[in-house]
Write a protein that binds this ligand. Structure first.
Ligand SMILES: [Zn+2]
Length: 124
């Protein structure tokens, strides 16, 4: 069994699009989900350190126990937890990706944007 990890928003509308995208993206059977309201914002702000540690402790389980082959952090259209624009959320997501790459040097990390049609795009 091959796993990857989604650090996704709790929003029900983005669960299936992200899971289906990541199953293909990382060629995995299962997607472990760590959910928050607006995780890209939380991971981009150092003042949220307790929340960041909570996320990382759950990602660690996916990496250490499931051998996760990839980690994705997600931002999306119409997010109640991070109501910023697409451009601003893109900056949050890139900051989050940078933090995760420092933490998990041997796992591929990417950022995702889910648009108003619930289509998934890479954030680079
Ligand atoms: Zn959201």
């Amino acid at each position: 069994m091959r796993f990857c990890t989604a650090i996704n928003c709790m929003d029900g509308r983005v669960q299936l699009p992200v899971i289906q995208y990541l199953q293909k993206r990382f060629n995995v059977d299962f997607v472990d989900s760590v959910t928050e309201a607006g995780p890209n914002l939380i991971l981009s702000e150092a003042r949220n350190n307790n929340s960041i540690q909570s996320i990382l402790s759950r990602v660690n389980i996916s990496v250490e126990h499931h051998g996760s082959v990839g980690i994705a952090v997600v931002g999306h259209h119409s997010c109640a937890g991070n109501p910023a624009s697409r451009d601003e959320q893109g900056a949050h997501t890139l900051n989050a990706v940078q933090l995760l790459r420092q933490q998990y040097e041997n796992v591929e990390v990417t950022g995702l944007w889910v648009d108003s049609h619930w289509d998934v795009h890479e954030v680079n």
